[in-house]
Design a protein around this ligand. Sequence first.
Ligand SMILES: [Ca+2]
Length: 312
Amino acid sequence: MRLIIDTDTAGDDTYSLLLAMKTPGSTLEAVTVCVGNVPFDQQVENALATIEAAGFSGKVPVYCGARRPMVKPWEASTMHGNDGMSGANLPIARQRPETMHAVDAIIEKVMAEPGEIDILAQAPLTNIALAVMKEPRIAKAVRHLWIMGGTDNSVGNITPCAEYNFFIDPEAAKIVFEAGFNITLSTWTLTMRSSLFEADQLDEIFAMKTPLSEFYRKVSATPRQTAEARYGRPISTHPDSLTCAMALNPDLIESARDAVVRIETAGEITRGFSAVHPPVLGNRWPEFKVNARVVEKASNGGFFNMMKQALS
Ligand SMILES: [Ca+2]
């Protein structure tokens, strides 16, 4: 399968890129960088350094996209350290970003071969929203849009109501969910249910002692410390890489349901909240139609095996 990954490259974003490059049968067509986790140019360097670490230098073009959200000011996250890589201090990559804007690259690649390319959106949805505003036909020309963001009517990770990606640019998320894409939504609720690597799994990865397992160990250091303080055990969370794994291997999905997903753009306490309604809503409010498949549960063991293969 052929994939474009839109990313705010830090921490788990990088393992998602590794999965897309290293999983047999997958082709990472392009990486597009969007406002999010850490300062923009750092995110670009993190993407390029990850591609180099995987041995794919010069094979996966990187495009720079939106440097700020649609409306509200942007806030960096310290979740993955100031550089987004837990201070791993990777060498500056030889490959440099392309000159074409990410939004134009998405449109050009998707429209050149309609129905052929999936997009994995693992950042705030600014680039995807701008792309579908500029060329509305991409909504039907993208084979499938995999989105990491929001919650399944549950607790967020940046406010009690909101997950980071949707909180940073809810206006963009609203545009994307109303644009007519074929969407699978992978929420923070799913992240906490199905994506965690526990201490024994982490030890198994660290014991591999390959260059990419060392990459994983270094880049995951800060979020593992944060998780230990927050949850009382040294787990690693994988919102983006689990979403990538499901895109590459949909058999990992154990439970999912069709839903009407709406994004809160205002609200004193709910900005960025994703309201996940049942499809039956359509009977009373016919203007609301099913616009996403929401994943409820995925195979942690299957995901872990894919990650080990990618890091081998
Ligand atoms: Ca991300």
